[in-house]
Design a protein. Structure first.
Length: 124
């Protein structure tokens, strides 16, 4: 195959096509990454109180569990608001810090507990 004639700035037509393809792939990857990450970051900002729009729901705490030993070698603390077994993985349970777990233990089965308050950092 004969070599292509160089176009402007010393690039051949074939080199420009390869360059454009790389740019398009990068744009698609960036678009997908932003599209999948932005909603999660927005929701996290709401939970932390940095953005408006989060709604707090009060539910009665039904279960708590200290998972020891956890596969990573440390203790993990869970609380749940449903009757589904807390030891099963899923969205029915929430991982909390040891301090939040102790706080939640005082409310178990007694009165509604603000789920958003358990996720937010403690203010001292």
């Amino acid at each position: 195959m004969p070599p292509s004639k160089p176009l402007a700035k010393g690039l051949t037509l074939l080199e420009k096509i390869f360059w454009l393809r790389r740019v398009l792939v990068l744009l698609v990857v960036f678009g997908l990454t932003a599209g999948l990450t932005a909603p999660k970051l927005y929701k996290a900002g709401q939970v932390k109180g940095w953005l408006p729009g989060a709604t707090a729901t009060e539910e009665t705490l039904t279960q708590k569990w200290r998972q020891s030993p956890h596969p990573n070698g440390s203790e993990v603390y869970w609380v749940a608001w449903s009757e589904v077994n807390i030891q099963q993985e899923g969205g029915h349970r929430l991982r909390v810090t040891p301090e939040r777990w102790d706080e939640a233990a005082t409310h178990e089965g007694q009165r509604p507990l603000n789920r958003l308050a358990l996720r937010a950092p403690q203010l001292e």
